[in-house]
Ligand binder design. Structure first.
Ligand code: CDP
Length: 221
């Protein structure tokens, strides 16, 4: 059967990754959380005490960063960083790091290599616009801020990170703003993306909706 590329973009904490992961598993596709890649780069730079405002210094470190995936886990230079990339320090710096063009070029090249044989579900901010502008299925997820912050708090608690709701809300708002207004690859809905508002639907409903859309696309391709 013909394989397609599924691009899922949208604001922080709308359920993109949880949905993409399950859709990929049900279709037997590869799941890539592109946000985790930007988070891993940020974690590396923070650990190395790189001055994130000094773009030359950031660029000088990029060659030392190797990001790989093992099942759905992310490895930074061979080490599993699934939990470390979700800390407050990473949350507070990831949007600034992601706005740097050299960082984006490196991540996008790797993402395009992973998706070149299709059969991939990738979620992020620029997947349907920049990484895979020809993706057969593009979804753009939105949700109300209150529900996004509550869902994120629950997710973090499950990972052992106890962050107050107000601080989570503030970070989501700040990242939305930086991600949508940056010059390189801002978060925008692709013209041909299907918008899904996840405020009042369950995770299972989100998964089924996208799975159905994917099956339609697979059959018509
Ligand atoms: O999980 P959450 O929705 O909060 O964010 P994420 O998908 O893990 O992405 C973290 C950050 O990485 C975003 O706020 C963006 O700044 C950046 N990002 C990006 O620039 N491009 C992508 N394709 C994915 C994420």
């Amino acid at each position: 059967m013909k394989k397609i590329v599924i691009a899922i973009d949208g604001y922080s904490a709308c359920g993109k990754s949880s949905t993409a992961k399950q859709v990929a598993s049900r279709l037997g596709y590869t799941f890539i959380d592109s946000g985790a890649m930007y988070r891993a780069v940020t974690l590396y730079l923070l650990n190395e005490n790189v001055n994130l405002e000094n773009i030359n210094q950031v660029e000088d470190h990029l060659d030392q960063i190797e990001i790989t995936f093992e099942d759905t886990s992310i490895l930074l230079n061979g080490k599993n960083v699934d939990t470390e990339i979700r800390t407050k320090a990473v949350n507070e710096n990831v949007s600034a790091v992601s706005a740097i063009s050299a960082v984006r070029r490196k991540m996008v090249a790797q993402q395009q290599t992973i998706g070149k044989n299709k059969g991939v579900v990738m979620d992020g901010r620029d997947i349907g616009t920049i990484v895979f502008p020809n993706a057969e299925l593009k979804v753009f997820m939105i949700a109300e801020m209150g529900i996004r912050a509550k869902r994120r708090r629950k997710e973090l608690l499950e990972k052992g990170i106890d962050e107050p709701l107000e601080s989570i809300t503030r970070n989501l708002q700040e990242r939305d703003e930086v991600d949508s207004t940056r010059i390189d690859s801002p978060l925008v809905k692709a013209e041909d993306a299907i918008e899904i508002d996840t405020t009042n639907i369950t995770l299972e409903e989100q998964i089924v909706q996208i799975e159905e859309l994917a099956k339609e696309k697979i059959n018509e391709n």
